[in-house]
Design a protein around this ligand. Sequence first.
Ligand code: PGA
Length: 268
Amino acid sequence: MTIILERHQNDLDSKGKVMTKRRRFVAGNWKMNGSLDANRALLNDLVDSVKEAESDVVVFPPALYVQQVSAIVDGSNIAVGVQNISAEKSGAFTGEISVEMVKDFGVKYALIGHSERRTLYGESDKDVALKCKAAVEGGLIPVICVGETEEERENGKTEKVIKKQIVSVIEQIGIEYFKEAIIAYEPVWAIGTGKTATPEEADAVHEFIRCTLKEYDANISNLIRIVYGGSVNASNVDSLFKKDNIDGALVGGASLKAEEFTKIAFAK
Ligand code: PGA
């Protein structure tokens, strides 16, 4: 509950109607990039350059570098997340990392169901649901990623695919787990390709996601932050952020350049 109060401000418009302002969320997904030296150089710049940003700023380094990154950003307004998390608490799960382990290093967020995890590592909607449950129960904020492929979009299946990805999580664990969650809409065809969804295309899907959530809980649908990802950069971010339903960005390639990522963190 406290988190929700921190994240959102309710304002009254001229007619006295309550309007929700959702705090912007700008996150850098570093994917499998970085080194001790490169991370230090990037973060030394960022810690300073995003100091005055009004958005929530988060970086998602490879898990191995979380300890280094947490130490560097300590005391700054940059938070740290992991790119994946186990749904299990501990035990014989070779290669996996648990929620409690990453919390030892100050991690606050977990990306869940990124399209690269779904397509390259076979993560199912069920895995996404269980990871989301484990993250919330352990006190991490899940950033649940959804998105359609190019073929699905061309065949008019975007809404059907997105709805299935969201509803199957809700049906397995319950809508209450979305209270603390963030949703990232990342069309697979826009990731790392330089092809961005137009602001109109993205906004339409974000609105569709909000409507889908509304069937379960109107309050959550109104408060949840839905961020866009897929070739976001300093030049296209402003037009995306002008849209009512776009509450921020999940940035891949452009998050590895301090100047570019800073511009995104300050975009209005
Ligand atoms: P991109 O990646 O910005 O390089 O397209 C986004 C993502 O995969 O999160």
